[in-house]
Design a protein around this ligand. Structure first.
Ligand SMILES: C[S@@+](CC[C@H](N)C(=O)[O-])C[C@H]1O[C@@H](n2cnc3c(N)ncnc32)[C@H](O)[C@@H]1O
Length: 368
């Protein structure tokens, strides 16, 4: 089974998220290919319905209908149903990951004409700026009935989008929570990415030792993962409790502690996903010394927390850390020290920031 995962703006991070998810689900990736933000995967088993909602960094998922060189592929497509809708009127788009795009644009046009459908091709009028500087086209109209894709240049893949991320309800859910802390909160999308990177499964327990008002906790509980949250700020723990109650999660599926994670005593957990304090939110570029001080404080904190909790964690630790702009460069943690002090090994080290952001993030995933 071949699928296309259309990834969000941080392609490296989204790819790590998708790979971690399928490792966790023990659905083997038999082959993979990346063109721009299009990740083509051959999987051992079919994907689950609505799996797109589990990911923080996936825009849409498509299924390959057929593949081959362009002539072979067109012959094969002649024998496939491409439109299953009831109405004979439709708007459609084609995602472009191929130099052969125009050939398939023409093919669909004549194919729909032959089938006597009033099909209108819509251009991809939106775009996203990927973190690596590339710009890719995306659909912007909501009035689209079908989305197709063309992928690859020698072996060309043609397929149809089968799952689309519902950003509107994700954002609505976040906005409607009873307790929000704009400046400290992590986005639900990044929370999902960290959870998937941690590889903690349904039924296992995930720990967030800097839980704040509980964004990571609630996103994990939505995936039927049990959670434990620790925060040294009493108000944050009260806020997290209110938020988790608002979602209506079963009380036996979560535990919250008002404690300092450098000293807290906890039971066994499967992994960590967390965003510790990244230091002050800066409006001006800091001096090199100030940035270094923030990073050194962070390093001390994360090392103490990992050393304290290490014996209780069986799996991965996924965490964010400050990535601070000084002049044209950015500085971040020297992970060697963290690894030496804690005995963990590095699985991923991925930057995540917007161009003008002064305090961005580095995302680390550690394994024992
Ligand atoms: C960036 S916030 C976490 C935000 C959280 N992900 C959310 O969405 O609400 C960091 C949190 O770590 C807590 N914190 C800082 N040092 C701590 C420590 N040593 N032990 C436990 N919590 C700590 C702070 O009180 C703060 O609520």
């Amino acid at each position: 089974m071949k699928y296309l995962f259309i990834l969000g703006r941080n392609v490296e991070l989204s790819k790590a998220e998708v790979f971690s998810y399928f490792e966790r689900e023990e659905n083997k990736i038999l082959s993979s290919e990346l063109i721009k933000n299009g990740l083509l995967l051959e999987l051992e088993r079919p994907i689950e319905k609505k799996v797109v909602d589990v990911f923080g960094g996936v825009i849409s998922i498509g299924k390959v209908i057929s593949s081959g060189d362009e002539n072979e592929l067109i012959k094969k497509l002649d024998n496939e149903t491409l439109y299953f809708g009831e109405s004979n009127k439709l708007n459609y788009i084609i995602w472009n990951f191929s130099e052969k795009y125009e050939i398939f644009q023409e093919y669909l046009k004549s194919r729909f004409k032959k089938e006597k459908l009033k099909a209108t091709f819509k251009h991809l009028t939106g775009n996203i700026h990927l973190q690596n500087g590339e710009i890719v086209s995306i659909p912007s109209s909501k009035l689209i009935n079908e989305e197709y894709f063309v992928y690859g240049n020698n072996e060309v893949y043609f397929g149809k989008i089968i799952q689309i991320c519902d950003y509107t309800s994700l954002e609505e859910r976040d906005m409607n929570k009873p307790v929000r802390r704009e400046s400290l909160a992590i986005s639900p999308r990044l929370a999902k990415i960290l959870i998937n990177l941690s590889k903690v499964k349904k039924g296992e327990t995930l720990l967030d030792p800097f839980c704040g008002v509980g964004t990571i906790l609630s996103e994990a509980l939505l995936q039927k993962i049990k959670v434990m949250g620790i925060d040294k700020d009493k108000d944050a723990v009260t806020g997290a409790k209110q938020n988790l109650e608002w979602f209506g999660f079963q009380k036996e599926d979560y535990t919250l502690f008002n404690s300092d994670s450098r000293k807290a005593e906890i039971g066994l957990v499967s992994g960590i996903a967390t965003e510790p304090d990244l230091g002050d939110t800066l409006k001006k570029i800091p001096t090199k010394n100030k940035a270094k001080q923030t990073i050194s404080n962070f390093e001390k904190l994360i090392v103490e927390v990992i050393k304290n909790l290490k014996e209780k964690i069986s799996g991965r630790i996924a965490f964010t850390s400050p990535n601070i702009r000084i002049g044209k460069k950015r500085i971040h943690l020297n992970l060697e020290n963290v690894l030496n002090e804690t005995g963990y090994v590095l699985k991923y080290e991925i930057p995540e920031f917007r161009e003008n952001q002064i305090v961005g993030r580095m995302i680390y995933v550690l394994e024992k």
